[in-house]
Design a protein around this ligand. Structure first.
Ligand SMILES: [Zn+2]
Length: 166
């Protein structure tokens, strides 16, 4: 008794021994598209049954459960990782800095990431020093007197000016 399930090929043939039918299943998986199947799991004996139909049913049940538990794809995991990133919380050091006057120095895990400026190229006005936290990934802005709000630490998305989006 052989059948296909998902990407697997299952041999659920029972072992007939002296009137007892031992349920057992072998699970194969195709090594490549159109390629040979390779054995990936052998159930061992799953118990003995009075008829081969019962033994086959038990072997099928076992095999399908195993396939369900072992058919997760790497792509299934990606959304979970992405949502972890979006809920990432600022670390305590970052949280404490937000709202403080810009005269307070950056905490030790902040990496300098340039400055933001507004105005024409010949006369740019610096509005903030930008910092990226190496611990929590937050962007912090150490605003100048021309920043919004002035002379204050703020947290937020990286303020890349993109006129196309405006
Ligand atoms: Zn941080």
């Amino acid at each position: 008794m052989q059948f296909d399930y998902k990407d697997f090929h299952i041999d659920a043939s029972p072992l007939d021994e002296g009137g007892h039918y031992y349920a057992r299943a072998k699970i194969y998986q195709r090594a490549s598209v159109g390629g040979d199947t390779v054995e990936v799991k052998w159930s061992g004996d799953l118990g003995d049954y009075p008829s081969d139909a019962d033994a086959i049913e038990a072997a099928q049940r076992w095999a399908i459960q195993w396939c369900d538990e072992n058919s997760a794809r790497p792509s299934d995991l990606t959304p979970r990782i992405r949502s972890l990133e979006t809920v990432m919380q600022p670390c305590n050091a970052c949280r404490e800095l937000v709202g403080k006057p810009s005269s307070v120095p950056p905490h030790g895990d902040l990496a300098a990431s340039g400055v933001s400026a507004i105005g024409p190229p010949i006369h740019m006005t610096k509005i903030s020093s930008n910092w990226n936290c190496t611990v929590c990934g937050s962007w912090l802005y150490q605003n100048t007197a021309d920043g919004t709000p002035p002379n204050e630490w703020v947290m937020g998305e990286h303020q890349l000016d993109s006129p196309e989006k405006a």
